[in-house]
Write a protein that binds this ligand. Sequence first.
Ligand SMILES: C[S@@+](CC[C@H](N)C(=O)[O-])C[C@H]1O[C@@H](n2cnc3c(N)ncnc32)[C@H](O)[C@@H]1O
Length: 350
Amino acid sequence: MAIQVVSSLEHNALRIRAARSADAVIQKLNALSLPWPANWAEIFGAERPLILEIGFGTGVFLRHLVRQHPEANVIGLEISNQCLLKAERMIAREGLNNLRVIHSRAETALYHLFEPSTLSEVVINFPDPWFKRDHGHRRLMQRDTLDAIVSRMQAGAMLYLATDIVEYAEMSSELLAATPQLMNRLPGQWADMLPGRVVTKYEAKARAEGRDCMYFVYQRNAIPAPVIPVIKELAMPHIVFQSPLSPDEIRAAFRPFDAHEGDIYVGFGEVYRGRNGLLFEIHAAEPTIDQHAALLLTPHGHTANEYTIQLSTIGHPRPTQGIHIAVNALHQWIAGLSEATTVIQKKLAE
Ligand SMILES: C[S@@+](CC[C@H](N)C(=O)[O-])C[C@H]1O[C@@H](n2cnc3c(N)ncnc32)[C@H](O)[C@@H]1O
């Protein structure tokens, strides 16, 4: 018994050591910290055609893509940390130099990381497993996201989609048929089987539970795509203003509030008193990116009652349109507390 305990402890220690060494080799990549657009040749150490898999899950299909395309660089996108860790270990263990995985929502990567006409293949296996037609706004296959995918594909690039939900297949079929930049490469609107495909974990589960799978194969033609430039980060926003109120008075008046501008939403959560001013917790939700960050209100220089509002470096947020809206909204709210508030200087996107 004692021997068994020791050996299982040793086994665990070995597993942890192996996992740590794998983690040490593979640098974690995140859409929120990579340059916009990303420099793929630098990340891979070589310029090669780019293949993208969205929502790779266990990574079975990523490995298949790497084996099928040794001439390409393969990029996997996931939002699940567990899936990312598993794939990072697989990359380190198997020395897959032409595979990298990125912690990112598909939308964030498509709009911020990839330049137009750069992808040679896009694979989407079993997205949105809880799909219901009336929950349309959060699904991957929708006009805006498909336009972004099409814009990032080169002429001749392939798009593969698989689903086990008949309604999802019907909705995707309508969407794809209404995309003049894509040509259906199958005799019917979808196929029940694709020769040479590896079976993913979700696909095996769907089949075991008796659901049919539907596969789409489309190819990008040379018709120009909607113009969707890479969304880059903006300059750091700030406002310098004068207010008769002290930081403690501003803090005492604070209640959580929201601000909206177009399709951008900013929520203000809590305010904290620091040594040198106030820290406001914010959530900036934009169609392509979601950031939890903080704004700082600090005394400006040594002049009494002059303050600066700027972005805190906590969490390394990116200065996007939503962050600019947040800085402006905080200033507007403070200005609403006292008519004697005046702006001295500001750097904000229009
Ligand atoms: C149903 S699973 C399919 C996984 C895998 N492709 C397979 O066939 O086994 C969907 C996967 O997509 C990921 N996912 C969901 N929404 C995503 C998004 N917006 N961007 C990137 N990945 C996403 C989930 O974390 C999950 O791993």
